[in-house]
Design a protein around this ligand. Structure first.
Ligand SMILES: Cc1cc2nc3c(=O)[nH]c(=O)nc-3n(C[C@H](O)[C@H](O)[C@H](O)COP(=O)(O)OP(=O)(O)OC[C@H]3O[C@@H](n4cnc5c(N)ncnc54)[C@H](O)[C@@H]3O)c2cc1C
Ligand SMILES: *[C@@H]1O[C@H](CO)[C@@H](O)[C@H](O)[C@H]1NC(C)=O
Ligand SMILES: *[C@@H]1O[C@H](CO)[C@@H](O)[C@H](O)[C@H]1NC(C)=O
Length: 554
């Protein structure tokens, strides 16, 4: 008899283990009795983008809406919850958090298999299955000679995930510019013409179509994951080209100078171009400023580009900042003092060597410049609604506070912030932009105008980024959020950017009970209660809720 070599023994042990694993897999599918035959659910790991949520969870990946409806009804009849997911390229635990696991009776639905797209050049619209990516949306629009007026900076997000949180880009009208048809300079939600949601109909969950002028559509346009959307139709505009200039020679103090100051300020840029973004690393004088302007013809000095993501050097920034984690925040707490100027160097050199400081091309390509493969930093999100004339004041005050907090912490040898502050400016939502008579206002977009304040027509978006494990980061985020709530109250309104961090305690985001239960609902007025009632009507079993949404009473 031939004796098996240790090698082949190991191989056959592996085979046995493998087949055990496979049958275990079959076993737990059977543990979900009655689960729709055409689908399967298996335990999969779930992570949020920054890697801070890591859990194991039952997941299914439907390829058509009928299967999804069956899965929802299966969950409904057994007291499970249903959590749609796109790319999980966000921060807020609107969908899941670490308290949820494979014993929690939560079914995660990966929406990315529902991804069909059609464009219509006659009525200038695009129809998307909710799991279609924003990248593929831009590609389809470009191919059809269509475009968006503004869009998020990254494209590997699903349209369903983007609308859930009220996604936005950057830009207002420059002086003398008139807004074209099909352009929304607020949220993407404000472009919705029609959507399908899977809702409770009295006997079962089924697909229901809501038109933009249906009085009940408001809460579904941006819902924080409190609904399940399967299809949307968006209004779009004709294809156009833009120029994007990157400037690194103007200081943050100059750009955010007191209102009325001369020279290049955010105010002067908004007047001339309307569209800008500031990325300002801590402890460096000058930010990376991007200015987009409408440019039907390529300016002589600009380089024509034919696709998105034209700043490849961003990856090197990530590597450098990641080295901070390697060095250990506690061993080298002031590492950012050395790293930040180096990061700025990468930007200036990168812009020069890749000839990206002045580029021109299809608007939808120039709007996309961030890849989710970049360093997994965490971010807070504060949105200030104000009069157009007060934009410079909000930025002046924010920059002063940001600087003084950094100084205050570094004075105690604490360096909680190692990523940039980012600033963008948009319009608030104007339902007329959708070009539908009687278009309903989104209830819950951060860019929904404040009740009683039609003069607050502009929204300023502030984010502060840092590596998640950095000591005292939550404390810093809490300080700046509490400051914003108090500081802006006299002349502006404060909201939170849903996909990011908010309601900070010194322990972390989404925890401060007063903000969750009082401050946020108050910032939405009666629209909040209306959304709560609408979701209760269409999802009485709270299938589409999560621990965070439960805490917020949504
Ligand atoms: C590097 C980076 C840059 C970013 N830049 C921008 C930006 O410029 N502008 C901006 O606005 N945002 C930006 N974001 C935030 C991003 O738009 C949101 O986090 C968005 O929700 C991510 O989409 P997703 O497909 O990954 O959704 P997921 O993270 O998978 O889901 C987000 C939420 O939507 C729900 N959801 C997903 N699909 C559906 C559906 N079909 N029906 C109902 N609910 C659903 C989920 O349950 C969850 O609650 C950025 C994020 C990152 C990581
Ligand atoms: C495009 O829109 C027009 C106008 O609403 C409509 O008549 C037409 O049927 C649509 N085309 C397609 C292919 O859906
Ligand atoms: C990911 O989720 C965890 C747990 O809710 C949260 O603490 C963390 O902040 C989230 N990620 C980021 C980058 O914010």
């Amino acid at each position: 008899m031939r004796v098996a070599s240790p090698h082949s023994l190991r191989a056959s042990t592996t085979l046995v283990l493998l087949s055990l694993l496979l049958s275990a897999n079959a076993l737990f599918i059977n543990l979900l009795p009655g689960f729709p035959q055409s689908l399967s659910a298996s335990i999969t790991s779930f992570e949020n983008w920054s890697g801070e949520i890591r859990t194991n969870i039952y997941q299914t990946s439907p390829k058509n809406v009928d299967d999804l409806v069956s899965a929802v009804n299966w969950a409904s009849s057994r007291g499970w919850r249903v959590r749609p997911r796109g790319f999980t390229h966000g921060w807020a635990p609107t969908s899941l958090d670490n308290s949820v696991n494979s014993l929690s009776r939560v079914l995660v639905v990966d929406m990315k298999g529902l991804n069909g797209i059609t464009t219509n050049t006659t009525d200038k619209s695009i129809t998307l299955a909710a799991g279609a990516s924003v990248d593929s949306m831009h590609e389809a629009l470009k191919a059809a000679g269509l475009a968006l007026g503004a869009a998020p900076a990254l494209g590997d997000i699903t349209i369903g995930g983007a609308l859930a949180i009220g996604a936005h880009g950057t830009g207002i009208l420059a002086n003398g510019e008139t807004q074209g048809p099909g352009v929304s300079l607020g949220s993407l939600s404000n472009l919705v013409l029609e959507l399908d949601a899977i809702v409770w109909t009295g006997t079962a969950y089924a697909v229901k179509t809501f038109a933009r002028n249906d009085p009940e559509i408001g809460p579904f346009l941006c819902h924080l994951g409190r609904a399940l959307i399967t299809r949307v139709v968006l209004r779009v505009t004709d294809s156009y080209t833009m120029r994007c200039e990157s400037i690194t020679s103007v200081s943050m103090d100059q750009l955010s100078a007191a209102p009325g100051s001369g020279g290049t300020t955010v105010e002067s840029i908004l007047q001339s171009a309307g569209r800008m973004e500031i990325i300002h690393f801590p402890f460096t004088p000058n930010p990376w400023l991007k200015i987009w302007s409408l440019a039907p013809v390529k300016p002589a000095t600009a380089r024509a580009v034919s696709g998105p993501y034209n700043y490849p050097f961003s990856d090197s920034i990530d590597k450098l900042l990641s080295s901070l984690i390697g060095l250990g925040q506690t061993i080298l707490p002031g590492g950012i003092l050395v790293t930040a100027p180096a990061v700025f160097g990468i930007v200036t050199t990168g812009l020069a060597t890749t000839k990206s400081a002045d580029i021109w091309g299809y608007a939808g390509d120039l709007m996309r410049y961030v890849r989710a493969s970049t360093l997994r930093v965490t971010a807070n999100g504060i949105v200030i609604h104000c009069r157009r004339a007060d934009v410079q004041r909000t930025i002046f005050e924010f920059n002063n506070k940001h600087k003084s907090l950094l100084t205050q912490y570094s004075g105690r040898l604490l360096f909680p912030i190692n990523g940039p502050a980012e600033i963008r400016v948009t319009r608030v939502d104007q339902p007329d932009d959708a070009g539908v008579a009687g278009a309903v206002m989104p209830n819950l977009t951060p860019s929904r105008p404040f009740d009683g304040h039609p003069e607050w027509d502009t929204a300023v978006w502030f984010d502060v980024l840092t590596i998640p494990t950095t000591p005292f980061a939550s404390s810093f985020m809490r300080d700046i959020e509490q400051w914003a709530l108090a500081n802006y109250a006299s002349y502006a309104g404060v909201r939170s950017e849903w996909s990011k961090g908010w309601a900070y305690t010194t322990q972390g985001g989404w925890r401060d009970t007063n903000i969750l239960k009082n401050v946020i609902p108050a910032a939405y007025g009666p629209a909040w209660a209306n959304a709560v009632a609408t979701f209760a009507k269409y999802d009485p079993k709270r299938l589409y809720a999560s621990p965070l949404l439960d805490n917020m009473g949504l």
